[in-house]
Design a protein around this ligand. Structure first.
Ligand SMILES: [Cu+2]
Length: 76
């Protein structure tokens, strides 16, 4: 399935995407609130956090989130 990834507290940029062993640099950097992650795909993202604390990240499909597709980024 597709997974719309969301990070709380700030925006992020997609740096590169990897699918089937092929890594592709993102051709256009843009600040995002959400990015769709396709089945079998991974991504490298970059973000700036100006305040310490925990920032939740999760799949925006509520059923996925409830089943555990969520976590916390600890900013120190
Ligand atoms: Cu999902």
């Amino acid at each position: 399935m597709n997974h719309p990834f969301h990070l709380h507290g700030t925006q992020f940029q997609v740096v590169e995407r990897e699918s089937d062993g092929v890594t592709t640099a993102e051709p256009f950097r843009a600040w995002r609130d959400v990015v769709n992650v396709k089945p079998g795909q991974t991504m490298q993202i970059a973000t700036m956090q100006s305040m310490s604390g925990e920032r939740m990240f999760h799949c925006h499909i509520i059923e996925h989130e409830v089943l555990g597709m969520m976590g916390a980024l600890k900013v120190i």
